[in-house]
Design a protein around this ligand. Structure first.
Ligand code: NAD
Length: 263
């Protein structure tokens, strides 16, 4: 096993609800590798969970940031600049779509719901990367989390699939902008994992089972699988990789078809 060393590195992780969160999967790997961590959480009710998860960490910083709030974003990045003097890594693990937009046909998506999903799940990466840019070290790196529904139709995923397409395209354009200073950005495309956000998708459990049965590895991915890929992409081991969407899905996305059970 190759040990990655993040000692002396400062990382901001945005979007941890609890220990099942994919943001936490990457954060805990960063912590084990020696990084100093800061977290943002959406609302006050999520702070207690983060405090429990990080209990005993002397150097952790927690910020309340709803990504639709410019003032909260500005405050967090200003405070990180003052206290840390810069930033080495950033994890964006944030997505949201109103339930009404995921429970029927995509064609019925209402304007306000479409805009909310795109703003929170895709534009947030742009506004965060812009604020992080002046703080980021020359070899800094960012990762975000995406899903296969950006590329192919996954029933019920609806507007979230469109938001993930915008997110992946944003990763490519941001890679171009940030690459001029040697900063990298990539997307981790994870197979279904049981998290709070995932469980809110109608029919998630049948999708979860189907993904495992179709995948070449015959299983679902774990938080650990996702955390390992996130850590790799943030690390100097991935120094030549940027603008990429990298799958960690037990191979599901390479399949074109599977055979009915018993065939
Ligand atoms: P999660 O519920 O643990 O995390 C989602 C986070 O988004 C929450 O902490 C929530 O507070 C935050 N968020 C939503 N709206 C916000 C806002 N306005 N401001 C700030 N934060 C906001 O679920 P997760 O599955 O760990 O999701 C993390 C990322 O992983 C998401 O981008 C998700 O689409 C992606 N992803 C998840 C799966 C999966 O199956 N779980 C698969 C592929 C990609």
């Amino acid at each position: 096993m190759i040990e990655l060393d993040f000692s002396g590195k400062r990382a901001l992780v945005m979007g941890v609800t609890n220990k099942r969160s994919l943001g936490w999967a990457i954060a805990s790997k960063l912590r084990d590798a020696g990084a100093q961590l800061a977290f943002s959480y959406q609302g006050e009710r999520l702070r207690g969970e983060l405090e429990k998860l990080t209990a005993g960490w002397s150097d952790v910083r927690l910020y309340q940031v709803d990504v639709t709030r410019s003032d909260q974003l500005d405050h967090m990045f200003g405070d990180l600049r003052d206290r840390w003097g810069g930033l080495d890594h950033l994890v964006h693990a944030i997505a949201f779509a109103p339930r009404a937009a995921m429970d029927g046909r995509y064609i019925d998506t209402q304007r306000a719901d479409w805009l909310a999903a795109l703003e929170i799940s895709a534009y947030s990466l742009v506004s965060i990367a812009r604020r992080a840019e002046p703080l980021l070290a020359e070899d800094g790196s960012l990762v975000t989390l995406t899903y296969y529904a950006a590329e192919k139709v996954v029933p019920k995923y609806n507007v979230m699939g469109i938001a993930k397409s915008a997110l992946e395209a944003s990763v490519r354009y941001l890679a171009y902008d940030l690459g001029q200073r040697g900063i990298r950005i990539n997307a981790v495309s994870a197979g279904p994992v049981k998290t709070v956000a995932a469980r809110s998708i109608p029919g998630f459990m049948s999708m979860y089972k189907r993904a495992a049965s179709m995948a070449p590895l015959g299983r679902n991915v774990t938080q650990d699988d996702v955390g390992n890929l996130g850590l790799f992409l943030l690390s100097p081991m991935a120094a030549g990789i940027t603008g990429e969407t990298v799958y960690v899905d037990a191979g599901f996305h390479v399949m074109g078809m599977d055979l009915a059970t018993g065939s």
